[in-house]
Design a protein around this ligand. Structure first.
Ligand SMILES: [Ca+2]
Ligand SMILES: [Ca+2]
Length: 148
């Protein structure tokens, strides 16, 4: 069960719609598939723990901790990146005070220049035969095991 409130944003024919993924809907058996395209899961309050989320979320390429000005933490492991992202790549946006706990086993994948002025670290990890890629906003604090 997530401790925060989840929102989704999906661009449809040039406009953005938002719908709430309430905690009560996130229990066992809950399934949410945003299908193709680049979609964002926005955390509007509290923290998001994907390791204890009882349902299934797929089709998410970005988790946004930036929308809430308060401090937010996202907790996940490499398997979660493979599970929720159609591209096996997940970008975490955030600002000062936000943090990520992504567990252990990550390898330095260099830097990404695509947002927030560039210099955002990339982490990779093999899970079986699949490569999980995590791109973390430079503003977001990472857990000690991720410091390269
Ligand atoms: Ca925040
Ligand atoms: Ca940022």
């Amino acid at each position: 069960m997530p401790t925060g409130r989840f929102f989704r944003r999906q661009a449809v024919a040039g406009h953005t719609s938002a719908a709430r993924l309430a905690g009560a809907e996130g229990g066992a058996g809950f399934r949410h598939d945003l299908r193709s395209g680049s979609d964002t899961l926005r955390v509007d309050s509290g923290n998001a723990n994907l390791t204890t989320f009882g349902g299934t979320i797929t089709g998410i390429e970005t988790i946004d901790l930036e929308a809430d000005l308060g401090a937010n933490t996202v907790t996940l492991v490499a398997q979660d990146v493979l599970d929720i992202s159609d591209t096996d790549t997940l970008t975490v946006l955030g600002d000062a005070g936000d943090s990520i706990d992504a567990g252990t086993g990550w390898t330095d994948g260099g830097f990404d220049g695509g947002f927030d002025g560039g210099g955002n670290p990339i982490y990779t990890q093999m899970v079986g035969a699949s490569l999980a890629t995590l791109v973390v906003d430079l503003d977001v604090a990472v857990n000690p095991d991720m410091l390269m």
